[in-house]
Design a protein around this ligand. Structure first.
Ligand SMILES: NC(=O)c1ccc[n+]([C@@H]2O[C@H](COP(=O)([O-])OP(=O)(O)OC[C@H]3O[C@@H](n4cnc5c(N)ncnc54)[C@H](OP(=O)(O)O)[C@@H]3O)[C@@H](O)[C@H]2O)c1
Length: 349
């Protein structure tokens, strides 16, 4: 183990970094909401020439390594494989990649992120045990960031939760009569739909479902559906109206008759969903915050005042400034007439 730590402390040669960057580009072509991580692989000859490239297109398809090997043929013998995630060592939907690399005669493997999944980890050890030179941790941070939500599910057992809110300057998420369409402008709303399309599930409470009758699909500005639709989840004990738009056939929908955020997330984890987009409303948001299961907030703030109306979030039991829930901003972007603030909830974990 010490030897591998020392290895990570060394600065990798420029060529290793350059090929790993290419492997990361390939990995990014994968489907974000897929149950599997996004992985890229580049095979390079001993002379330093590109042999083949591959990436993982989603559960049930070839892993990045076997995709690249399928294009390489005999040229894989003696090659170096650059892989963004440690080659897997378990037989799941496909055979172990460590085995496939050995059979192809690959001489060296350079990987970025070590596999955090205990069921699949150990590929690097298997390869080393068969005389393959293995270098670990090259561009580890970038690779881990690429699969941030998948890594979160694998290491914590629950999906990563992004709470989205749209708010006026005075912190209102709906007017006094319950209407909230629209607080933000078209550019921000378009961004919300793009973000939804990258998640495995979108959640609202029964309050929002009954008040707004949202479709919760991911749509483009012209109304057409994005290629990927998240699972639509309504949480709460009340019945939905039979003609609710969230029950249409444009995407699957679950109505979970519970008020326990952890139970909701456990159900989604069983379905291998690693990124949840929590759309509110204020009561659900407060329940998820109180349960300590919000990882990130994306707030769309509009230059609008309502004076009265629903606050963005329900009661958090905070009565003094010293107890304020302070987040760490990671991005601030102007979207048309609105501002999008992304912030992490580090302190409550
Ligand atoms: N601006 C925005 O970003 C935004 C986003 C969403 C909604 N909204 C606005 O928010 C308003 C609706 O607010 P809301 O707070 O009623 O909606 P909500 O948070 O979507 O739903 C609240 C309901 O969820 C159920 N629930 C589930 N888990 C719960 C828990 N742990 N604790 C308490 N209740 C739980 C309860 O209903 P049961 O009795 O059925 O269990 C509760 O009444 C609407 O006016 C909507 O337009 C604004």
């Amino acid at each position: 183990m010490q030897q591998h730590q020392d290895e990570r402390d060394q600065v990798p040669p420029d060529r290793d970094v350059a090929w790993m960057r290419r492997a990361l580009e390939l990995a990014a072509r994968g489907r974000r909401p897929d149950a599997n991580p996004r992985v890229g692989c580049v095979l390079v000859s001993p002379e330093g020439d590109l042999v083949a490239e591959g990436w993982h297109r989603g559960a049930g398809t070839l892993h990045a390594e076997t995709d690249a090997l399928s294009h390489a043929g005999d040229a894989a013998r003696g090659a170096t494989a650059y892989v963004t995630l440690e080659p897997c060592n378990h037989t799941g939907r496909t055979q172990p990649c460590a085995q496939a690399l050995l059979e192809a005669g690959v001489a060296r493997v350079v990987h970025a992120q070590s596999d955090p999944n205990p069921r699949a980890a150990g590929g690097a050890e298997v390869l080393r045990g068969h005389g393959v030179e293995v270098t670990s941790g090259v561009l580890d941070d970038e690779a881990t960031a690429l699969n941030r939500t998948w890594t979160h599910l694998v290491t914590t057992g629950r999906p990563w939760v992004t709470w989205k809110l749209a708010s006026t300057l005075d912190g209102r998420s709906a007017a006094a009569d319950g209407t909230s369409q629209w607080i933000t402008g078209p550019v921000a709303r378009d961004d919300v739909h793009t973000q939804r399309s990258r998640c495995g599930a979108v959640i609202v409470g029964t309050g929002t479902a009954l008040t707004d009758d949202p479709r919760l699909t991911a749509r483009r500005a012209d109304g057409s559906l994005h290629e990927h639709q998240p699972l639509r989840v309504v949480v709460g004990e009340r019945d939905l109206r039979p003609d609710a738009r969230v029950l249409d056939d444009s995407a699957p929908t679950w109505h979970l008759r519970t008020r326990d955020p952890k139970e909701v997330l456990a159900r989604l984890a069983e379905a291998e969903i690693h990124h949840v987009w929590l759309e509110g409303g204020p009561t659900m948001a407060a329940a998820f915050l109180a349960a300590g299961v919000v990882d990130e907030v994306i707030a769309y703030v509009a230059p609008v005042f309502l004076g009265r109306g629903r606050p963005s979030v329900g009661d958090l039991g905070i009565t003094t400034m010293a107890d304020a829930l302070r987040l760490e901003p990671t991005d601030i972007t102007v979207l048309g007439t609105d501002v999008r603030i992304t912030a992490a909830l580090k302190e409550i974990h």
